[in-house]
Write a protein that binds this ligand. Structure first.
Ligand SMILES: Cc1cc2nc3c(=O)[nH]c(=O)nc-3n(C[C@H](O)[C@H](O)[C@H](O)COP(=O)(O)OP(=O)(O)OC[C@H]3O[C@@H](n4cnc5c(N)ncnc54)[C@H](O)[C@@H]3O)c2cc1C
Length: 378
């Protein structure tokens, strides 16, 4: 592997870490307690260019590589996973399709304000009866004159309660099967669009919702690209998404590890810091090793993606390993804290609760294993 971080990557890490600690850190407790995303972060991050790292400069982006995006995801999630999930929607599949396939008008009306933090996006693919199996969605978009009429329901949608617009996947032609899906931009104030909040066990600072589309009539120009083909277009974007998602869990694990390491030096039992007991020091040694292994998988996959190399297997391995690793590391961080780790005053309980979602979204662990098995010829 020839990969190494450039000077630019290193400088970026220093600046995004400082932003995360100083600008996001103070907002976390209240956002987690109230289960409300601090929306003022969008324009703030937009101004600094953090929301459009992967987009070209002509649309207000930074034209940065996936390695830079992973550094951003890792450093933000080290401070707060929930907030990271919300601010990464602008660069994930769905919004990315506006850049890749949308009209110039859509780019100016939606992508540019999104990158500036002036419009908040959500992307709605999952439905109550269609999660891992996206092909079984039921939402439809029927052409009616110069408009489309959308019907259906979506669930677990990140940012839905605060979104200015929602990118929705729906069938325009069911007879074409999976190829009959299209992507639409639905404005928040569209008549017939209903959004309700869902309560979660973790990542409470990101708002997640259910979306109902009841005869939502939207202008024809709100289709992204042409009719059909949405499924394969989204699938194409998944590799990059999986790698940046994996990077978030490396950051979350790092936070748990740092807290546990510090505590192991401070907590004294039987006359010495608990870190001096081999059973605790070995746990920390394993945690450090697993985090480092995940980091290698993540940045290698990002590097392959940036080079234009095939990286489906590597992206799934990074996502699988990082999100399973973070379960172990956050669990051990609580264990090292003893009873204090179970108390709300200590952040390790949040890391532990936040970690769980990693193996569920952006392709569950079972789906990642299915992809890897296929890639190794099974
Ligand atoms: C906090 C959160 C935020 C989310 N944000 C968004 C969002 O912004 N937009 C969006 O569209 N979706 C979002 N999702 C949805 C997420 O992508 C789905 O939850 C995910 O795809 C899994 O679908 P499901 O929950 O319906 O589980 P299911 O697909 O019903 O899976 C249930 C179980 O069966 C297993 N399983 C399913 N199929 C197979 C198979 N073929 N082989 C082996 N095992 C299998 C799964 O791995 C899992 O363990 C979010 C979910 C969460 C929890």
């Amino acid at each position: 592997m020839d990969f190494e971080f450039s000077e630019e990557h290193r400088i970026f890490r220093v600046s995004i870490r400082s932003f995360a600690e100083n600008e996001i850190g103070p907002l976390v407790d209240e956002a987690e307690k109230n289960e409300r995303f601090p929306v003022e972060l969008f324009p703030k991050m937009g101004k600094l260019g953090y929301l459009g790292l992967c987009y070209p400069e002509e649309y207000g982006g930074a034209g940065a590589d996936t390695i830079t995006e992973c550094i951003c995801a890792e450093e933000l999630a080290r401070v707060c996973l929930g907030i990271t999930s919300a601010v990464f929607i602008p660069s994930m599949s769905g919004v990315m399709e506006i850049y890749k396939f949308g009209s110039e008008e859509q780019k100016q009306d939606y992508l540019v304000p999104t990158i500036r933090g002036k419009k908040i996006p959500a992307v709605a693919i999952t439905e109550p009866d269609a999660g891992s199996d996206v092909s079984s969605i039921k939402s439809t978009a029927r052409k009616a004159g110069d408009r489309y009429v959308l019907n259906g329901s979506k669930i677990f949608i990140t940012n839905a309660p605060i979104a200015d617009y929602i990118v929705v996947v729906a069938f325009t032609d069911k007879d074409k099967g999976i190829e009959g899906m299209s992507l639409f931009i639905v404005d928040r104030d569209t008549h017939g669009l209903g959004v309700s909040r869902l309560k979660k066990m973790g990542s409470k600072s990101v708002e997640t919702g259910e979306v109902i589309l009841e005869d939502c009539s939207i202008p024809e120009k709100n289709i992204i690209g042409k009719e059909g083909g949405a499924f394969s277009r989204i699938l194409e974007g998944l590799n990059r998404g999986r790698v940046t998602v994996a990077a978030r869990y490396v950051g979350l694990a790092e936070a748990a590890y740092e807290a546990a390491l510090k505590y192991s030096k401070e907590r004294v039992q039987f006359g010495k810091p608990i870190g001096k007991f081999q059973s605790i020091s070995f746990k920390l040694a394993d945690m450090a090793t697993e985090i480092e292994a995940s980091r290698f998988l993540v940045y290698r996959a990002a590097w392959l993606y940036d080079k234009g190399s095939k990286c489906r297997k590597e992206a799934s391995m990074a996502k699988l390993f990082a999100t399973e690793m973070v379960q172990r590391v956050t669990g051990e961080a609580v264990q090292i804290h003893g009873g204090y780790g179970y108390m709300m005053e200590y952040p390790v309980q949040r890391y532990f609760r936040d970690a769980k979602v990693g193996t569920l979204h952006e392709g569950t662990s079972e789906i990642q294993r299915t992809i890897i098995a296929r890639e190794i010829g099974l």
